[in-house]
Design a protein around this ligand. Structure first.
Ligand SMILES: *Cc1c(COP(=O)(O)O)cnc(C)c1O
Length: 356
């Protein structure tokens, strides 16, 4: 039986999107290949609300995260972490010998503009990383106030992990002043895993030009130059089948309308939040609740593994808590192409199993 995935990625992909992956191959040095990547980039610019160049990577989102912190840190990176995914940026920096410091907020809390300002006012840093939607805790960090702070530091590069929110929540890259915004295909965009997407500003390009050792495969400057010199081609062989699926799904996203799509995500989020408040407790600070997934405190001490087994028998899967939060919390994602009806079906099934 096919199980519907209400986990924070990969999520269910529509049949018609999957079918795109059956198309015949094209050479990755052909005009067709240039056209495919160019078309994707134009549509991604609309989704990201940016004029910046779009980079595609045949990897998951983590590849471009590592590439960003390595390619653009000249002096020292300030990593702001609100949980497990924020911590990843720091580990990536350290593994690459990139000087970095980590600034944590308590789990369930958000990274505030005030904290960012306090750290940057030391003058020690030339790049920051922020996780927009912390997929472990269900916190959506406040980009507006961070953007106001970043306006005061025009030389600092802003890298944003939007892996679990882009496509489900409004992120205006240019208006916010984000230099490198990164996402993956398998979350709110609704395409199978295997491609990562980033926008890159001219400021970030100039920063990368000053960094001597940027790695090879994830050298963002090399990806950028290749697109410019070779008319939207990719330095190695890209996942062409996924590109077909992405190109097609972006049409569907733009046809739905971005505002409608964000509204649908918010409606689903509010429905799950309301249920979680009534039956359990929300883990994240009420002021910063995610629009794409909900982390629920396991106040009833239910056996989450057992719940998931019973859910699977009825065709659903949810997520346990992440890392240390396992069993103390569980997570329900509501991202991509799911509808209110789908999410209601899931929640009613959980109620029925737990008899609550
Ligand atoms: C899933 C996720 C990642 C990792 O993305 P991959 O595509 O699996 O590499 C990074 N950050 C956040 C916030 C995520 O949710």
């Amino acid at each position: 039986m096919q199980k519907r995935l209400f986990i924070p990625g990969p999520i269910d992909v529509s049949e018609d999107v999957l079918e795109q992956m059956l198309k015949p191959m094209i050479g990755h040095r052909s005009r067709d290949s240039s056209m495919l990547q160019r078309n994707i980039s134009r549509k991604i610019q609309k989704l990201f609300k940016t004029e910046d160049q779009i980079l595609l990577s045949t990897s998951s989102g983590s590849g471009l995260m590592e590439g960003a912190i390595r390619s653009c840190t000249r002096k020292r990176a300030a990593v702001f972490s609100s949980g497990a995914f924020g911590n990843r940026w720091y580990d990536m920096a350290i593994c690459n010998n990139v000087p970095a410091d980590k600034f944590n907020v308590d789990e369930g809390k958000a990274i505030t503009g005030e904290l960012v300002d306090k750290v940057l006012s030391t003058g020690k840093y030339d790049l920051i990383t922020i996780t927009h939607n912390e997929t472990s805790t269900g916190v959506m960090n406040p980009l507006g106030e961070i953007s106001e702070v970043m306006d005061m530091y025009p030389d600092i590069i802003w890298c944003l992990d939007a892996v679990s929110s882009m496509g489900g929540s409004n992120i205006e890259v240019d208006r916010l002043g984000v230099d490198i915004c990164i996402t993956s295909t398998q979350k709110a965009i609704g395409v199978p895993p295997g491609l990562a997407i980033a926008s890159i500003s001219q400021k970030a390009i100039r920063a990368a030009e000053k960094v001597e050792y940027r790695g090879a495969y994830f050298d963002l400057l090399a990806l950028y130059r290749y697109i410019k010199d070779k008319d939207y081609q990719y330095p190695s062989t890209p996942a062409i089948s996924l590109m077909y699926a992405l190109d097609y799904q972006l049409n569907k996203i733009l046809e739905e309308g971005l505002e409608n799509r964000y509204r649908r995500h918010l409606d689903m989020a509010q429905y799950v939040q309301k249920w979680a408040r009534e039956k359990f407790q929300l883990f994240a600070d009420e002021k910063y609740l995610s629009h794409t997934l909900t982390t629920i405190r396991n106040t009833r001490n239910i056996d989450i593994v057992r719940l998931n087994q019973e859910l699977e028998e009825r065709g659903y899967v949810i997520s346990n808590g992440y890392g240390k939060l396992k069993n103390k919390t569980f997570r329900i994602s509501h991202m991509g192409d799911y509808t209110m009806e789908d999410i209601r079906g899931l929640i009613e099934t959980v109620d029925d199993i737990l008899k609550i």
